[in-house]
Design a binder for this molecule. Structure first.
Ligand code: FEO
Length: 172
């Protein structure tokens, strides 16, 4: 059984994962409307993965005797100036989520909730991967610069690129 503090902290994480899903959906839509269909496919998949992260939390909260809350979400940013802009935002978003996961881990230790601490290790590993992925994409874009052929190939490669090696967010 989780206590109220843990329940509240996990419910906050539910909102963050749901918002991440919405942010990436907005990015996918922008990319689709700006001729980057590969980047759009990447963000649509990434959005689905964040939804899985959210569902995993909801199920955990309910299974452990808590009550998962489904909250209103903030409106995501809809316009971007470039692919670099979009991937900078992706990195910023993932860094924020990593910080929140770390805070959650700290709460678990304070509350001596080792079961939830164990459950969250999957998220810790996921965040390392997601931050690294965003940095890799930014490095690639830096190399490409304004080369149109390079941007074409970058977009094409992303159409089949898996945001997470497992692809299903369930590799725990
Ligand atoms: Fe589930 Fe990308 O944080």
């Amino acid at each position: 059984m989780i206590n109220k503090k843990i329940e509240k902290a996990l419910n906050r994480q539910v909102v963050l994962e749901a918002e991440a899903s919405q942010y990436y959906l907005a990015m996918a839509s922008w990319a689709e409307n700006n001729g980057y269909n590969g980047v759009a496919a990447f963000f649509y998949r990434h959005s689905d993965e964040e939804r899985i992260h959210m569902l995993k939390l909801i199920k955990y909260i309910n299974e452990r005797g808590g009550c998962a809350e489904i909250s209103a979400l903030s409106k995501p940013r809809a316009h971007f100036s470039s692919l670099n802009d979009i991937f900078q935002d992706l990195l910023k978003q993932e860094i924020t989520v990593s910080g929140e996961i770390n805070d959650l881990i700290e709460i678990c230790l304070k509350e001596k909730d080792y079961t939830t601490h164990n459950f969250l290790q999957w998220y810790v590993a996921e965040q390392i991967e997601e931050e690294a992925l965003a940095r890799t994409m930014l490095d690639k874009l830096k190399l490409i610069g304004s080369d149109k052929g390079g941007l074409y190939l970058f977009d094409r490669d992303l159409s089949t690129f898996q945001a997470s090696p497992s692809g299903d967010g369930n590799k725990a």
